[in-house]
Design a protein around this ligand. Sequence first.
Ligand SMILES: [Zn+2]
Length: 319
Amino acid sequence: LSRLILRPHPKPLPQVCVFGVPVQTCPMVHPDMLNVHLVAHTHDDVGWLKTVDQYFYGIHNDVQHAGVQYILDSVISSLLVEPTRRFIYVEIAFFSRWWHQQTNATQEVVRDLVRQGRLEFANGGWVMNDEAATHYGAIIDQMTLGLRFLEDTFGKDGRPRVAWHIDPFGHSREQASLFAQMGFDGFFFGRLDYQDKRVREEKLEMEQVWRASASLKPPVADLFTSVLPNIYNPPEKLCWDTLCADKPIVEDRRSPEYNAEELVNYFLQLATAQGQHFRTNHTIMTMGSDFQYENANMWFRNLDRLIQLVNAQVIVPIS
Ligand SMILES: [Zn+2]
């Protein structure tokens, strides 16, 4: 983005930038445009249809295709190919296991990516805990275990800035209070009642500061909280994983499969419509889902193309 300037435009148009949470590592924010934050992520349940070990190693792929060791290998390789790429990782039970199996050289490369904000951790607990059935003591213990690993391994660079509870089925006030007291700057979640979501979209209440405690003196338990627009999935037609069947972006006009213009127009409409449910000129798209990025190249190649094509529509390069 450093080689580009904006063309003044009467109406705000989407401008895409990749960012891993937090905002500080986003390339550049454009105050007079809609900023679409494409968050490349994978959601890796620490035990669900398979055991933790089966998920990590990719065993019983007939039950569910999922192998976290390959996801992390592939993501790191893809990040190294192109410095503008970003990724967030969440579940430290998996990440720490993978980390301990790497060579010193790979660990050094990953430390660099973390230092540069190209690989960032969100939430950072050992797992993404449930909010209804769990006791607060267990929540604190598992968050401590994950966050301690990150601090010991990466120091300040590894500290997650936001809580990321994209899959728990329902959210408790006490969980938000605990997150605020742990020092998170914000909290993103995916699941809420569809009627609640509709009202929030209409009233522009998708993002609010949650006063998460009735007894703690404000702002101790106040926490910026954001509802993700599409649970934690990518928008329809824009899932570029081996687990999806959406078309890749074809830029070659001579190809009968050429679709770049159509996809860019679709994206611009989608982003504009989504942006209307938010008060600021920022909106988020979660580009990933359950156990995705086992072939990270598929995702990143198409995200690179999308960003380049959309920004070319709305941004004019300096001659
Ligand atoms: Zn899950």
